[in-house]
Ligand binder design. Structure first.
Ligand code: GLU
Length: 494
C-alpha cells in the first residue's frame, strides 16, 4: 500500500449534478490539497440504462467551474487509466474469477423464481434473515461443470461468520454482524455485469486509493467492501462517511425544500465562491464563529476528523444571504463580468453595445450592488434604462406612491424648470444639496418630490441613490422622463 494520500470521487453520470456530489468532491479535494495528495475523478458509468454523456459532461464542467481541479481523470488521463469504470470490466471479471477460485465467492444457479420464493418465505416469516445462496456449498467441480454446460449463474460473495469492524474517520467505530449481510451478488446472473460494491473495490485498489470519503448513504456498503479487500489479502483504505445533507424539513435533501442541482444555482446567479463556502459548511465549520471563508482557508483548515456526524441542514435562506455577501464584496469590474451573461440573455444590450458602454454599465452595476442578492436579479434593476423615455413602465406600487403626493406634478414641473434655468446645477457633487434646498424653498418635504421623481426616472418604488440614477441616465433622458411623468401623472391612472 502506498503511503501517498490518494482520494477520489466516483460519480455515476445520471441526471443533474447534485449538490451532494459537489460537497463530496469539495471535501475530498480539500483533503488532497491539504495533505499534498492526489484527487482523482472516476466515472462510474456501468449503469448503461441510466448513464448519459450529457450528465457526464455536466459533472466535469460543474466541478471544474467550482474549482475542483482533479489530478487524474477521464479528461486528463493518469497512471491508472482508464478512468471510466465501464472500460475496466475485463479487470473486474478477472478479479471475480480470482475470488471464485479462492472460494471467497461462489456460483449461485438459483433461478429468479427460486429467489422470489425465498423472498416470499422471508416476508411470511416477518424476520429478516440474510440470504445464503442455495449453491453456497456446491462442490467446486460440479459448480464448474454446470457453468461450462451453459447454466446461468450469479457470482455471490460468501459472507463469513463473525462481524466486521472498522474505524470511520467521521463516525468512529462501526461494527456490523455478518448475519445481517446477504451473500450479495458480485456479478449478475447470465451476464458479465459486475455490481457496484464489487467493482468499486477493484477500482479503488487498482487506483491505490488511500481514503474513501463519501456520503453516509454508503455506510451500509462499507462492510461488504472491506470483506472484499480482506478476501483479496489487501489492506482496505480508510473510510469517512460524510453526514447526509438535509432539507429544512430534516429529511434527506430533495426538491421538496429547494433546488438540489448545481446548475440551478449557477443559472440563478449564485456567486461561485458562495457556493463553495456554503457547501463547505455542510458538515464542517471553520471555528463555529465565522461562516464566511475562502476556499484557501477551507483547504488550510480542513480535517476529516472535524466533520460532524450529525446531518447537515441545508438552509436556502442562509445560502441566499451568503450569496449576497459575496456579491456585495466584489469589485465593480468583477460584478460586471458576472452580470453580463444575464444582460445578454435578457437582450438588454448587444455585445457591441456592451463593448461601447462598458464603463457606463460598470457604474450601473456598482449603483445597484448593495441591492442585489443574486447576479440574475441585475436585469430587473436596470431594465428601465433601456425603456423609451416617454414609456418607462411604472410599477404599480411606485405609481400609487407617486400619485398620493398631491403636489407631485407641480414639484416635478418646478424641479424641471430649476434644472433648465440652472437654479439647480447638474454636477453630481452639489446636485443633492441644491435640490434639498430648493425643496425647502418650496415649503415641501423631500418625499413629496423624491417619490414622484423616482417613479418618473425608473418606474420603481425603490432603488439606488436618485442622483446617481439621474447621472447614469443622463440629463437629457432624465428631463424627458420627468416631462413624461408630468403628463402621465396629471391624468387619472388607467
Ligand atoms: N457511484 C457511487 C455514487 O455515485 C460512488 C460511491 C463511492 O464513492 O463509493 O454514489
Amino acid at each position: 500500500m502506498t503511503s501517498q494520500i490518494r482520494v477520489r470521487i466516483a460519480p455515476s453520470p445520471t441526471g443533474t449534478v447534485h449538490l451532494g456530489l459537489c460537497r463530496t468532491a469539495l471535501f475530498n479535494w480539500a483533503y488532497a490539497r491539504r495533505h499534498g495528495g492526489k484527487f482523482i475523478l472516476r466515472i462510474e458509468d456501468t449503469d448503461h440504462g441510466r448513464n448519459t454523456e450529457a450528465s457526464e459532461k455536466a459533472i466535469l464542467d460543474g466541478l471544474k467551474w467550482l474549482g475542483m481541479d482533479w489530478d487524474e481523470g477521464p479528461d486528463k488521463g493518469g497512471p491508472h487509466a482508464p478512468y471510466h469504470q465501464s472500460q475496466r470490466v475485463a479487470r473486474h471479471l478477472e478479479v471475480g474469477q480470482q475470488l471464485l477460485a479462492s472460494g471467497h465467492a461462489y456460483r449461485d444457479f438459483s433461478t429468479p423464481e427460486e429467489l422470489d420464493a425465498w423472498r416470499a418465505e422471508q416476508e411470511a416469516r416477518k424476520q429478516r434473515q440474510a440470504y445464503r445462496g442455495k449453491d453456497r456449498d456446491l462442490d467446486a467441480a460440479q459448480s464448474k461443470s454446470r457453468a461450462d454446460g451453459g447454466e446461468p449463474f450469479a457470482i455471490r460473495f460468501r459472507i463469513p461468520e463473525g462481524e466486521s469492524s472498522f474505524k470511520d474517520l467521521v463516525r468512529g467505530d462501526v461494527t456490523i454482524p455478518h448475519f445481517e449481510i446477504d451473500d450479495w451478488v458480485m456479478v449478475r446472473r447470465g451476464g458479465e455485469a459486475p455490481t457496484y460494491n464489487f467493482v468499486v473495490v477493484c477500482d479503488d485498489l487498482d487506483m491505490e486509493i488511500s481514503h474513501v470519503f463519501r456520503g453516509e448513504e454508503h455506510l451500509v456498503n462499507t462492510p461488504k467492501q472491506i470483506l472484499i479487500y480482506t478476501a483479496l489479502g489487501k489492506a482496505a483504505p480508510e473510510f469517512g462517511h460524510l453526514p447526509l445533507m438535509l432539507g429544512t424539513d430534516r429529511k434527506k435533501l430533495s426538491k421538496r425544500t429547494g433546488d438540489t442541482a448545481l446548475g440551478d444555482y449557477q443559472a440563478n446567479g449564485y456567486p461561485k465562491a458562495a457556493i463553495v463556502n456554503f457547501l463547505a459548511l455542510q458538515g464542517w465549520a471553520l471555528d463555529g464563529e465565522h461562516d464566511l471563508f475562502t476556499s484557501e482557508q477551507f483547504v488550510e483548515n480542513f480535517d476529516i476528523g472535524d466533520v460532524s456526524k450529525a446531518g447537515a441542514v441545508f438552509d436556502p435562506k442562509k445560502f441566499l444571504w451568503m450569496a449576497s455577501e459575496y456579491l456585495r464584496h466584489e469589485s465593480p469590474a468583477e460584478l460586471l463580468q458576472h452580470v453580463l451573461p444575464y444582460v445578454l440573455e435578457k437582450g438588454l444590450m448587444t455585445p457591441a453595445e456592451i463593448e461601447a458602454r462598458g464603463e457606463w454599465l460598470e457604474a450601473v452595476a456598482a449603483s445597484v450592488q448593495d441591492r442585489l442578492q443574486l447576479y440574475s436579479e441585475f436585469p430587473d434593476w436596470i431594465a428601465h434604462f433601456f425603456a423609451a423615455d416617454d414609456a418607462v413602465p411604472y410599477d404599480a406600487k411606485a405609481e400609487k406612491g407617486a400619485r398620493k403626493r398631491a403636489r407631485g406634478v407641480e414639484l416635478l414641473e418646478g424641479f424641471l424648470a430649476a434644472l433648465d434655468s440652472g437654479a439647480i446645477q447638474s454636477e453630481p457633487e452639489t446636485m443633492a444639496s441644491a435640490t434639498k434646498e430648493w425643496i425647502n424653498a418650496q415649503d415641501a418635504k423631500i418625499p413629496e418630490l423624491f417619490q414622484p421623481l423616482r417613479c418618473a426616472l425608473t418606474g420603481m418604488p425603490g432603488g439606488p441613490d436618485i442622483f446617481e440614477t439621474l447621472s447614469l441616465l443622463g440629463m437629457e433622458s432624465s428631463k424627458a422622463r420627468i416631462r413624461a411623468a408630468m403628463n402621465r401623472l396629471a391624468v387619472p391612472a388607467t
